[in-house]
Design a protein around this ligand. Structure first.
Ligand code: HEC
Length: 269
């Protein structure tokens, strides 16, 4: 009897150590329980070793005894195993899929809302621009247009619509988010583009237009790395119509603040 308790004790200690290790490794609780049960089964097996032996059998009797032993053993194994906590990968996968789906739905909803808001604000800006353009009219722009090629300077107060062109230009600056990369009037330029307050002294309106339409046509001096990486996006000619781009270039061309160190543009092929 004392032996049985000793072996039970050993089984419990071994089981306790296993569970402790499993816990420290953050093994799931089901497996911790499994370790404990396995060490207890081990203890029981050792106890059985001490059991008194059965008397010798022969003939049909021994055959039946072996068969009964196996049926018993198999039943205990299967029943025991099915009583233990089960790990079903399909189950786990279903749980994970469910969780992921909820997350995805959340983020997709968020994205849609953001896009809708963006579309709405863009729509408003377009409407505003359309109204402005109606005010400016194609003619006014035509009057200003030749000026850059002629003198390289924005048309000075020649056309009645010039103020409006400036407004359209400034609006394009906001709309195209040039300020994300370029500081102007002390604002913006978080993403490492040159400050543009003196660009009017360095580039003609036509050249500014060229830089916007094809950012690879000029390089701001000292910005080799950014130029090589193509940081300034090559997309504006698709986002603006020629009138808008001209307005933007005209507006930028009017910035001639020589106290700001706008880098010299150099041609790079
Ligand atoms: C994602 C950042 C980014 C955006 C947005 C961006 N630029 Fe640039 N831009 C740069 C960088 C970087 C340079 C310097 C390297 C180079 O010349 O390509 C540059 C150079 C320029 C230059 C030449 C400056 C000089 O001193 O030579 C002009 C002019 C210019 N950008 C105008 C614009 C206008 C107008 C817009 C909006 C339609 C705009 N950029 C939008 C990054 C940007």
């Amino acid at each position: 009897m004392g032996n049985i308790f000793k072996k039970l004790g050993v089984g419990l200690v071994v089981g306790g150590v296993l569970v402790g290790v499993a816990r420290s490794q953050e093994v799931p609780f089901d497996f911790q329980l499994l370790f404990l049960i396995i060490s207890l089964i081990g203890a029981v097996l050792f106890m059985l070793l001490d059991a008194p032996s059965i008397g010798a059998m022969s003939g049909g009797k021994s055959l039946v005894a072996v068969a009964v032993f196996w049926v018993l053993l198999i039943t205990v194994c299967f029943a025991g195993a099915s009583l233990l906590p089960q790990f079903d990968p399909e189950d786990e996968r279903a749980k994970i899929t469910k969780l992921l789906e909820r997350e995805r739905e959340k983020s997709e909803q968020g994205k849609t809302e953001k896009l809708l808001a963006l579309a709405k604000s863009l729509d408003e800006q377009v409407k505003k621009l359309e109204d402005r353009l109606k005010g400016v009219g194609g003619e006014a722009i035509a009057v200003v247009a030749p000026a850059p090629s002629a003198g390289g300077k924005p048309a000075a107060a020649s056309a009645g619509g010039e103020g409006d062109i400036m407004k359209v230009g400034e609006e394009q600056w906001q709309l195209q988010e040039c300020y994300n990369c370029h500081k102007l009037r002390g604002e913006g330029g978080k993403k490492r583009g040159p400050e543009l307050d003196n660009i009017g002294s360095l580039l003609t309106v036509e050249e500014i237009q060229q830089k916007i339409a094809d950012p690879k046509s000029f390089m701001a001096e000292g910005y080799d790395k950014e130029y090589a990486k193509g940081i300034m996006p090559n997309k504006f000619k698709d986002l603006m119509d020629p009138k808008e781009m001209l307005a933007l270039a005209t507006w930028l061309g009017s910035f001639k603040n020589t106290s700001v160190n706008t880098p010299k543009p150099i041609k790079k092929s």
